[in-house]
Design a protein around this ligand. Structure first.
Ligand SMILES: C[S@@+](CC[C@H](N)C(=O)[O-])C[C@H]1O[C@@H](n2cnc3c(N)ncnc32)[C@H](O)[C@@H]1O
Length: 267
């Protein structure tokens, strides 16, 4: 096996859901090289949706991949959830998970229930989440109508979650801004955006494939969302709050990660 492939993007090389899940989502620790990033994101989702701080009718997750944990903490507070991704393989994987023919990320869901002090067990919470997932649809956040399939067409969402997607979907910062506009067009004024991702990163690996990431700093991120009409309610970063990322860069070369809660301004 070659040590690495040339950098590529999601448009050119199909995603491998099984490899991704087993590499990064088998345990809360995730891939050892990645440090505390997964725990940081899971704690962030728990905090964001604790006690109904963000609630509404319709929730959209953008770039769900094969991993629907991004909507787990939100599920009790929304009526309908839409999962979306660019990759058909990920959409098929999510559908199988919803239908019960694939079961994965058990320790992740257990952890989320535990930190939530939930009275329901993980299985009950997952049943609720699956019941509320009304659509699993194709999405291309780089396009002006990102979610084009009929079930979600024209819907304006009360909240949007997204993890590790916009920075791999875009090829440069200008594209990134365009993707933020496309995402924002799906969100109601006053609606919440709960977003997490990596900072100062150029790639991440799935098996033998290395996908390009755009290099973005925390200041650039903050600047972009503010200019695009969001009020940033909180913007935490991994290095401030968790064990610093170590030096290995086999799986990814991110220097930091962020968890942001923002609100789309009314005007
Ligand atoms: C690093 S994975 C993140 C998956 C998952 N959200 C997570 O947190 O682990 C990036 C995901 O973004 C999706 N993606 C790539 N380009 C996209 C685009 N233009 N529009 C929507 N999703 C895209 C990929 O198919 C992949 O599932």
């Amino acid at each position: 096996m070659a040590a690495y492939t040339e950098l590529t993007n999601h448009r050119d090389v199909e995603f491998d859901p099984e490899t991704y899940v087993s590499l990064y989502y088998s345990t809360v620790a995730g891939e050892v090289e990645e440090g505390d990033i997964l725990k940081f994101f899971l704690d962030g989702f728990n905090h964001a949706f604790k006690a109904g701080a963000i609630t509404g009718s319709k929730l959209l997750d953008i770039g769900t991949g094969p991993t629907p944990h991004t909507t787990f903490c939100a599920a009790p507070w929304f009526d309908e959830i839409t999962l979306s991704d660019f990759s058909e393989k990920n959409l098929e994987f999510l559908q199988k998970w919803k239908d019960g023919t694939v079961s994965h990320m058990g320790p992740i869901f257990e952890y989320l229930v535990q930190i939530d002090n939930s009275r329901s067990c993980a299985e009950e919470r997952l049943d609720e989440l699956k019941r509320k997932i009304k659509a699993i649809v194709r999405c291309d956040v780089t396009q002006s109508n990102p979610v084009s399939s009929t079930p979600a067409d024209g819907v304006v969402f009360d909240a949007i979650t997204s993890s590790l997607c916009l920075d791999v979907a875009s090829t440069n910062l200008e594209d990134y801004v365009e993707s933020v506009r496309n995402l924002s067009s799906l969100l109601k004024p006053g609606g919440h955006l709960v977003l997490c991702g990596v900072l100062e990163c150029t790639f991440y690996r799935v098996g033998n494939i290395r996908y390009k990431n755009i290099h973005i700093t925390k200041d650039q991120l903050q600047d972009i969302y503010q200019k695009e009409g969001f009020e940033i309610l909180s913007l935490e970063d991994l290095n401030e709050n968790y064990a610093p990322h170590k030096d290995e860069t086999y799986y990814s070369d991110f220097k930091n990660a962020f968890f942001m809660i923002a609100k789309k301004k009314e005007h």
